[in-house]
Every structure is written in structure tokens, then in C-alpha cells.
Design a protein around this ligand. Structure first.
Ligand code: F6P
Length: 347
């Protein structure tokens, strides 16, 4: 995300804007004070190679309530902020869309409470929003790739490659649990590129997976393979919608095939470290385009998400993407997996 933060700051300054950091995500916007500080060209020097985000991030309960959004609106007006770039997953972008929809009524309420003046009500009557999708899960509809996914994949692949050394030497089976929430993208691509023998993803729950898995592993070993790698997405489920855990998979392998089996849960290792070149350039392009979109917007412009489409940075309607992403989640919850995959489309 730092590459995107850097691009937003520098493109903004380049175009003559004042740019502010809002630290700690929406929490900083609600709390105001030192969380909102002006950025300059050098505040974003030397950050492109760092993982995470230098301005902090938080899951914010307050912003889910209107009272929290009211405080946030007051803080934006106090700081003279009229354009917002939001970097986050579907939760953050849904929040952004709601904030924008409520903007006018929030200002009315602030005016009624004498927290802003009539002049301020007029001056800040419109708030423009551009979203950037930052998530390792690649679970957001409307973009080919989200910022962070490629770096996470690099981390996962490095871990698989490292584990193969032990697996090969000791003829072991390794089960690796990877992140992705309810999206199997990380697991699937890691399995393909890490030459795994089996992968469990939420989008394709199998009937009788225990037998299919054991048959496949036995076949590999019988043909002379010394190791097996199984990737389990953290959101993997069976046909009943019940979770498939690495522990369950291990038990099936040990009980049926008596293979020497270990589990590795990658956890937050895959969410950190230096970003890949792809993610750095993606963040730069998305950040710059977000600023351009804001500069061209007026009060009638709908909030957009900057997305990657066929290697082009394009602007797509924020609400449509959020709606589509929620429809995928609903289809998954309804066990309509094929529908979920087709709704998710290219991403
Ligand atoms: O959405 C990104 C993600 O890393 C998921 O893959 C994972 O399920 C979740 O966040 C972990 O969240 P937390 O850091 O709050 O444990």
C-alpha cells in the first residue's frame, strides 16, 4: 500500500493540491487531531520497498455508526478536505460509499448542531471519493488484481519451495494453510505455481474429498514421487459448507496412508515483507490515477474504484463493485459456488 500512498501524495502535490495523511484508517478520521497531518514530498521518500502502510490501518467500529461518521465529517471540514482516497478491501470501500451517500445529511446535522457554519456547509457541500483495492485476498469484483496479492503469492511460493527441501529429503507430506478469507485465489495460484498435489478452495467444495485426496496422493507416491504438498485455503469448505481444516486433512492422510505428515500455517507471514515489483508498480499506477480521477470529478460524479483491467488502470463505479462483491459473498453463503465464481468474473 505504501507505493499507492506515495503516488497519491506526489501526484497530488504535483497537481498543486494540499495532501493530508489520515493515520490509522477510519479511526484516525473519526478521532481527528494528530491523526490528520499534511504530507509533503519527502514524507513518502523511502517507503516504496516497505510492506504494510506507513500511515497505519485499523478495523474501525466507530465508523460503522452514524455518530462516528458524523465526527469524521467534522474532522474533514475542519481540515478543509474535499477529496478522499480510500485504500482498503470491500469493508473499507463499502464504508466509503456510505459516507459519500450520507455526506449531505451529515453536513446538515453538523450545521444544526452549530458545529459548522453556513459558509462551511456551502463550501464543503460535495465530497469526492476514489477507492483503491488493497487486499492480499484478490476477492474484490471489478479489478483483475488487488494491491498486495502478488507479494503475498511470492511469500507463499518461497515458503512452499523451502518446505519442499524437508519434504523431499524425509519423504513427507506437508499441508500448508494459506490466507484468503472466503476467496481461494491465493491457494489456487500457489498450488499451481508451487506444484502442489492437491488444493482445497472455498469455491469448489468436493463430494467425498477424503477418497479423492487419498487416491491422488497414493498415485503420486506409487509413481515414485517422494513428497506431497497439499494447500488448504483458510476458507476451504466441504459440500455441506462446513470448514475443512489442515488438522482434518492431516488426520485423513495419516489414518489412511500412514504418511509422515506435517502442517504449516503461514499466517501473517504472507501479509508482510517487501512488496513485489508488480505490487509496487500497481500501487503507483492506481494511486496516480485516483488523484487524476478526483481532480476531474465534480459533485455529480459517482465515486469510483481504480481497477486493473487488461493491464490498464481504469475507473469503475464504486457501488457496482461493492454490490457485485457482496453478491459473490451471498452466493457463497447460499452454497451456489458456480454462481459465485461467475459473478466474481475476471478477478
Ligand atoms: O483480508 C486479508 C486477510 O489477511 C485475510 O486473508 C485473513 O483472513 C484476514 O485478513 C486476517 O485478519 P487479521 O489480521 O485481522 O487476523
Amino acid at each position: 500500500m505504501n507505493a499507492a500512498v506515495r503516488a497519491v501524495v506526489r501526484m497530488g502535490i504535483y497537481l498543486g493540491c494540499k495532501v493530508y495523511f489520515i493515520r490509522e484508517g477510519y479511526q484516525g478520521m473519526v478521532d481527528g487531531g494528530d491523526n490528520i497531518v499534511e504530507a509533503n514530498w519527502s514524507s513518502v521518500s523511502c517507503i516504496i520497498h516497505k510492506g504494510g502502510t506507513i500511515i497505519g490501518s485499523a478495523r474501525c467500529k466507530d465508523f460503522r455508526e452514524r455518530a462516528g461518521r458524523l465526527k469524521a465529517a467534522k474532522n474533514l471540514v475542519d481540515n478543509g478536505i474535499t477529496n478522499l482516497v480510500v485504500i482498503g478491501g470491500d469493508g473499507s470501500l463499502t464504508g466509503a460509499d456510505l459516507f459519500r451517500q450520507e455526506w449531505s445529511s451529515l453536513l446538515d446535522e453538523l450545521l444544526k448542531n452549530n458545529q459548522i457554519t453556513t459558509e462551511q456547509r456551502e463550501k464543503y457541500k460535495s465530497l469526492q471519493i476514489a477507492g483503491l483495492v488493497g487486499s492480499i485476498d484478490n476477492d474484490f469484483c471489478g479489478t483483475d488484481m488487488t494491491i498486495g496479492t502478488d507479494s503475498a503469492l511470492h511469500r507463499i511460493i518461497e515458503a512452499i519451495d523451502a518446505i519442499v527441501s524437508t519434504a523431499y529429503s524425509h519423504q513427507r507430506t506437508f499441508i500448508m494453510e494459506v490466507m484468503g478469507r472466503h476467496c481461494g485465489y491465493l491457494a489456487l495460484v500457489a498450488a499451481l505455481t508451487g506444484e502442489a498435489d492437491y488444493v482445497f478452495i472455498p469455491e469448489e467444495p468436493e463430494e467425498n474429498w477424503q477418497k479423492t485426496l487419498c487416491d491422488k496422493l497414493a498415485q503420486e507416491r506409487n509413481s515414485g514421487q517422494r513428497l506431497n504438498i497439499i494447500i488448504v485455503s483458510e476458507g476451504a469448505i466441504d459440500r455441506n459448507g462446513d470448514p475443512i481444516t489442515a488438522e482434518q486433512v492431516k488426520k485423513v492422510v495419516v489414518d489412511n496412508l500412514h504418511q509422515d505428515t506435517r502442517i504449516t500455517v503461514l499466517g501473517h507471514v504472507q501479509r508482510g515483507g517487501n512488496p513485489s515489483a508488480f505490487d509496487r508498480i500497481l500501487g503507483c499506477r492506481m494511486g496516480a490515477e485516483a488523484v487524476m480521477a478526483l481532480m476531474e470529478a465534480d459533485e455529480n460524479t459517482e465515486p469510483c474504484v481504480i481497477s486493473l483491467d487488461g493491464n490498464q488502470a481504469v475507473r469503475v463505479p464504486l457501488m457496482e463493485c461493492v454490490k457485485q462483491t457482496k453478491a459473490v459473498a451471498q452466493a457463497m453463503a447460499d452454497k451456489q459456488w458456480e454462481k459465485a465464481v461467475s459473478l466474481r468474473g475476471k478477478s
